[in-house]
Design a protein around this ligand. Structure first.
Ligand code: BGC
Length: 254
């Protein structure tokens, strides 16, 4: 039988999820997306997640026990320690235990970019790459994942490195491009500065660029001049779902 898990990706604007085939990393059910409730408070997000699960589960015949949830925050020992584009009530919350109790199953809570990195290393652009891979997600903010020889080093918050006296994500995220109406050239200048800084600090072997805008990689990646290869992610906006599901799988085999 194919091993399966459900992955749910909670973001500031939408909560999306699907059943994932853990052998191939493919989605086994249609991806369902529900808007994030206004304010992004824990109770409201929990209610939406329950609704999402009821929508996802009828698409597969057996109840799937393994559930992974990824979230835009530092996640340590099941606690969300920060909050990006969601309510501050998440800060310090035992989110994993709360969701487990309310949803009645074992859950693995992870940072969203870490989940995306895990997906790309197992089923995507960084598969089989030796040394240090840095995956960045260019969305409303900048998420990051460090993977060394395929092993995830969790909770790198490289979107918050300082650039020109502010958080790099405020200048170089896709959110900044949209907000300031930057064209590809203008945005690429900021990305150049950002990735040069990462290159200087970490000497990575590969950069993988994720987030929805990675589907437009041809418009901006060729404008960058770096020593490190830089390539788009394979799973685009599904990477969080796939990674969250695969990180949850060991719960079942344990
Ligand atoms: C948060 C990260 C998150 C990233 C992408 C950042 O603002 O600090 O934890 O991974 O946004 O959602």
């Amino acid at each position: 039988m194919t091993s399966q898990a459900i992955g749910i990706d909670i973001g500031g604007t939408g909560i999306k999820g699907a059943v994932v085939d853990l052998d191939s990393g493919e989605l086994l059910s249609p991806r369902i997306k529900i808007p994030t409730p206004d304010g992004g408070r824990p109770r409201d997000i929990l209610t939406t997640t329950r609704r999402l699960l009821t929508d996802i589960e009828p698409s597969v015949s057996d109840r799937i026990e393994a559930l992974g949830v990824c979230f835009p925050a530092v996640v340590k020992n099941g606690h969300t320690l920060s909050a990006a584009n969601v309510s501050d009530e998440w800060i310090g919350l035992p989110a994993e235990a709360l969701f487990e109790e309310e949803l009645g199953r074992g859950i693995r809570f992870t940072n969203d970019a870490d989940a995306a990195g895990y997906a790309e290393v197992h089923y995507g652009a960084a598969r089989g790459v030796k040394g240090l891979v840095i995956l960045t997600t260019l969305g409303t903010g900048i998420g990051s994942a460090l993977l060394y020889d395929g092993t995830l080093i969790p909770n790198a918050e490289l979107g918050h490195l300082q650039m020109d006296g502010t958080d790099a994500e405020k200048l170089a995220s896709y959110g900044a491009k949209a907000k300031e109406d930057l064209d590809w050239d203008q945005w690429a200048k900021r990305l150049q500065k950002y990735y040069s800084m990462l290159e200087f600090l970490f000497s990575p072997d590969l950069f993988v660029v994720g987030g929805g805008v990675s589907k437009n990689a041809r418009d901006f990646l060729p404008l960058l001049s770096l020593k490190t290869p830089i390539i788009p992610a394979v799973h685009l906006n599904n990477a969080g779902i796939i990674g969250a599901a695969s990180l949850a799988a060991p719960l079942n085999s344990a």
